[in-house]
Structure formats: C-alpha cells, structure tokens
Design a binder for this molecule. Structure first.
Ligand code: CA
Length: 329
C-alpha cells in the first residue's frame, strides 16, 4: 500500500485539485510531506488518461504545456477522466534538475518503485500501483533536458502485445509530431513505458526539443499534439481549426550502434547537427584535450548510418557521455 495520500476522489465528477502528499520527515519538518501537484477532471464514464511531465525535472516543455492545460481545461470540455501531473518528480522539477535533489534518483529508472522506499521510489510506486491501473493511456512528456537537444518527436516502445502496439502507434500518429519513432528491443524495465506495459495500458512518450529551456516551437508542438491525442482517445472533441495532418517522419531507434559516446574527457566540437543524414564510420565529433593542447583531439564516429535526432548540448564532456543518437527511416 502506498503511503502517499491525496484528498482527490478519482471517481468523482468535476474538477479537483490537490497534492500527492508524500511523507518526508526532515530536520525542518518532522511530520511533513513533499507536495506533488495533481489535477483531476472527470465528466462521467469514458476514456481515462494520465498526462505527466516533470518525470525529469529539467525538461520544461511538458511542465509548461500541462500546467496551462491544468489551469484551462474544464470538466464540461471532456468525456471520461484526465489526471494531470505536471511535475511528477516534484523535488527534481522544483530544482530544475533531471534527478531528485532529495535522494539523487531518476524517476524514470525507479519503476515499479517501492511503497516504503526513498521519495522518488515512492512516487514511482504510486504511479505504477495507483494511477496507471485506473487509466487506459498515459502520455509522458519528455524532452532532452539540460544535456540533450532532440528533434521534436514522439516515441513508443515495441510491445509484445500487437494490439496494444497498434493502439499506441495510432495515438502517436494522432499526436502528429514532426518525428515519430519506435524504440526497438527496449530492455529498460525501470522506465514509465515499461510500467505501462506491466499495467496493460498504452503509453506515448515525447522528446520535444530540450536544452533546459522552452521554445515557442516546442510548446506549440506539445500543446497541439496533446489536444490531438486527447481527441483521438475520445476525451475531447477534435479542434476543427486543426484538422490538417502535418508530415511526420516514421523512424526507429535500435540499440547501442545508434548512439555515439565520448571516449575521452575534453571539450566537444560537433561535426554534425540535428536532422543531418550520416553514414557508417562518418566522424561525429572531435573531443579536444584543452588541458593538454599539444595532444591530437579524439575523434568520435557514427557506427552506422541514420539521421541525427539527438545531440548533446554542453561543451564540456567526460568519457561515457552521450554525444548523439540516430534514428532510421
Ligand atoms: Ca527525459
């Protein structure tokens, strides 16, 4: 049983706002709780959707889009139920950091969580054991965060259930981001999309730009996509002003050869940019040894051909940092 409490009754019609109250005893506050803001809108029976952002606290596009939606959406505009969690890992989102400053943990590596674990594990447990089982679909709005910049994209995980995979694919198409891809052979069982798979519901993820900021373009794509996805799920009426389907490149992302890593410490000189098409063996970046400028730079290469969909932002790199990743059509 989760130790997280809320006054929200998920079966009650109307608009309810509260916090998930996560017991957290610290020097400043012996019997205190960490607030995780939550909005629940319900209008009779119908599709049940969880909208999440702030799974990673330094990914702000989804936090803004869901905060605006939580403020503006009225129960009479929907059928069924929408639960909005704009800062899922609230301590991380409040700090603007990927991982929680309270326990150092990455929420998207904590599922299925632990009812009696550290705060991030307790949030993961609540999402997987309380929220997901009472939903039909979850949309988890990510971006590249501080360290990465993505092309504006949505993604789904390859599900062993073909019916669920087809329904997730249809939701991804409805969102209609400029890029849509499937993570093939995803083995990460600690992520939200794996939690959704365990609960038998469909999950859509996004990677909407990043760099630790919000751009008008990323926000426009997020807000339009969320509206379209909610319409597809039958929660809202489609917006007649937004009936046109824009081009979306369908791609896939595989395992290790799709990724390029720094093999040395130094300063990173990218040799390619987002959306560039690259060949196998092509140089991706130079890592300059600024501390020993008499040494040659280390050259990082693409192991295979593809399109650059993700690029590192900070100039300083350490051995093992991800520089780029590819997708293929
Ligand atoms: Ca993320």
């Amino acid at each position: 049983m989760s130790r997280i409490a809320t006054e929200i009754d998920f079966d009650r019609d109307g608009r309810q706002t509260d916090f998930l109250r996560l017991p957290h005893s610290v020097d400043r506050s012996a019997y205190g709780w960490i607030p995780v803001p939550l909005v629940c809108l319900r209008n009779g029976p119908g599709p049940r959707v969880l909208l999440m952002a702030g799974n990673h606290g330094d990914e702000f596009e989804g936090q803004v889009a869901l905060t605006k939606l939580a403020y503006s959406l009225r129960p009479d505009q929907i059928t069924g139920r929408v639960i909005i969690l704009p800062m899922a890992n609230a301590p991380a989102a409040r700090a603007g950091t990927r991982n929680s400053p309270v326990d150092g943990l990455n929420l998207n590596r904590c599922f299925p969580g632990d009812a009696n674990g550290s705060p991030t594990a307790m949030i993961a447990h609540y999402i997987e054991s309380v929220l997901l089982p009472q939903c039909d679909a979850v949309i988890d709005v990510h971006s590249g965060g501080q360290s990465l910049q993505y092309v504006p994209s949505t993604h789904i995980r390859r599900s062993p259930d073909p019916n669920r995979f087809a329904r997730a694919g249809a939701l991804m198409e409805a969102f209609n981001a400029p890029f849509s891809w499937v993570f093939e052979g995803a083995r990460e069982m600690r992520a939200l999309n794996a939690a959704a798979e365990r609960c038998g519901i469909i999950a859509l993820g996004t990677e909407l730009c990043g760099g630790g900021t919000v751009t008008p373009r990323a926000l426009r794509i997020a807000e339009r996509g969320l509206r379209r996805a909610l319409a597809h799920l039958g929660v809202m009426d489609p917006d007649p002003a937004d009936a046109a389907v824009l081009p979306s490149r369908r791609m896939q992302v595989g395992g290790y050869p799709f990724y390029v890593y720094a093999k040395d410490d130094g300063v990173f000189e990218p040799l390619v940019a987002l959306e560039d098409v690259v060949g196998a063996g092509q140089p991706a970046a130079l890592i300059h040894p600024v501390e020993t400028p008499w040494r040659a730079p280390d050259e990082a290469h693409f192991a295979q051909a593809g399109t650059v969909v993700c690029a590192r932002v900070p100039g300083r790199v350490e051995r093992g940092d991800c520089l780029f990743h590819l997708a293929t059509d």
